[in-house]
Design a protein around this ligand. Sequence first.
Ligand code: AHR
Length: 364
Amino acid sequence: MVLTNHRRGPRAAAMLGCVLAAALLAAGCAKSAESPAPAGGTGGGGQQEVSGSGASGPLCTAAQYGAPALDLTKATVGFSQSESTSNPFRATETQSITDEAKKLGIKLIQRNANANVPQQNTDIQDMIAQGAQVLIVAPENSDGLAPAFAAAKAKHIPVLTIDRTVNGTACSDFIGFIGSDFLGQAKIAADDLGTALNGQGNVAVLQGTSGNNVATERTNGFNQQLAAKYPNIKIVASQTANFDQATGQKVMEQILQSNPDITGVYAQNDTMALGAIQAIKAAGKTPGKDIKIVAIDGTQQCVQNVASGVLVADVETNPRFGPLAFQSLQKFYGGTGVPTTVIISDHHFTSANAAEALKNGDVY
Ligand code: AHR
């Protein structure tokens, strides 16, 4: 079971997390619900705390996993980043892991696979060879990393996955997953676009890289919500642009050529939205006026675009995993265990709050 937080009511989300989370987290959730910060502690700088998150699944300990006891502060931790840090999501995620390891005095080694699945397999195996005793992996793909995960398992090296899932068995092939509610994000984006289009029009979807749960759930959630609530909105094109700005621009150019009557765009991440904006302008149309755009991530540039009316809305994907990832590992080794699924809370940026969010540090 995956527990999700509802973004429009942070306190309610925190309390929902408390009701459904493992008993271990109950006290922490109550504390978080009293806090002014959104569940997940993403306010004012965006630090996450494990106690404020929606958590589900059985607790996983090092003993259950078959991992040897370890003093994390003396360990070597390997971090595998999936994609280029030219994407602010990736840059912020890498920085958050790096900063937290430094703060805790933990030796961190890291690699970036630049969206190449075989490279990520090599990266992980290289870090194992280099002495990594624990791994934090941001997977590029949900299936393709089986060789690297098998190599880690053979050496009893635990792997914590963040921001995307991998297929396999939690607390056996990997410890668990920490990340966003991707289906929920997509439903919010569908509502934003449906409302902006007054329930009718032709829409294009720029999908993320295929083969991972994020793109799949962001596609399914959007399609489900449109079908359920906006029957007069038609998806006339839905193509992958690999979560990449240049590809987003190119794919959007092609879509506009074949579908000049498009009135809405759903970009499954901010970098693709930026590419779409360029393509729309190049076609002589005005984004925000002729074509309404919604996106997912919550990066500085796109939230700025929400504030100025170029984008309708932007649903955050919080990449600040450092504190939560290392707290989880400490609980894993400390014997209390970690839930195998932790769903974090994200902001929802609209014209009503984008300018304020830019001021108070909620964007990255
Ligand atoms: O897995 C998270 C997604 O991957 C982010 O939305 C995107 O920017 C990244 O490439």
